[in-house]
Design a binder for this molecule. Structure first.
Ligand code: ADP
Ligand code: MG
Length: 138
């Protein structure tokens, strides 16, 4: 792989959720993540795309190779213009769900990834940004 890669995946159907998993599996293994991290990344992407589909109907996944200082990694944004999250603090707690779900999605994503940021408002929708850093082999 040469240069810094990036891409965008539209989410509107269940098939797009499957496609997003497939693409992010290829992207992350192509970047050199090990199987455990690849699995963490696609599990996180799965949860975020399911939330887009369930709560906003449509949205997108944007990904890019990302550098900060010495660190190189994969940055993924899950974006939608849906109803927004009423309380981000609540939504980040295990067991909180407005849909009768398990409420383990967002707290799970936080555990699986190295960085996570949630921005949301009723007028602008929701943006969840996650990062996984590549580990140096020493
Ligand atoms: N993209 C989104 N748009 C609006 N609300 C969301 C979105 N993602 C999550 N939420 C809210 O945050 C809650 C917690 O999400 P999550 O942890 O994935 O649990 P679950 O999906 O099982 O309810 C959801 O019940 C919903 O109220
Ligand atoms: Mg969920």
């Amino acid at each position: 792989m040469s240069g810094m890669q990036c891409g965008e995946i539209a989410i509107a159907t269940e098939g797009d959720i499957v496609m997003a998993r497939k693409i992010m599996r290829e992207v992350s293994s192509g970047m050199g993540f090990g199987l455990t991290d690849v699995t963490r990344i696609i599990t996180a992407v799965s949860e975020l795309t399911r939330n887009i589909y369930k709560y906003a109907g449509v949205g997108s996944i944007r990904w890019q190779e990302y550098c900060s200082g010495e660190k190189r990694g994969l940055r993924i944004e899950a974006l939608d213009r849906g109803p927004g999250i009423a309380s981000i603090d609540q939504a980040m707690k295990e067991g909180y769900s407005t849909s009768g779900g398990l409420g383990m999605g967002l707290p799970g994503v936080r555990r699986l990834m190295d960085e996570m940021e949630v921005a949301s408002s009723p007028s602008e929708g929701t943006a969840v940004t996650i990062i996984k850093w590549l580990r140096h082999l020493s």
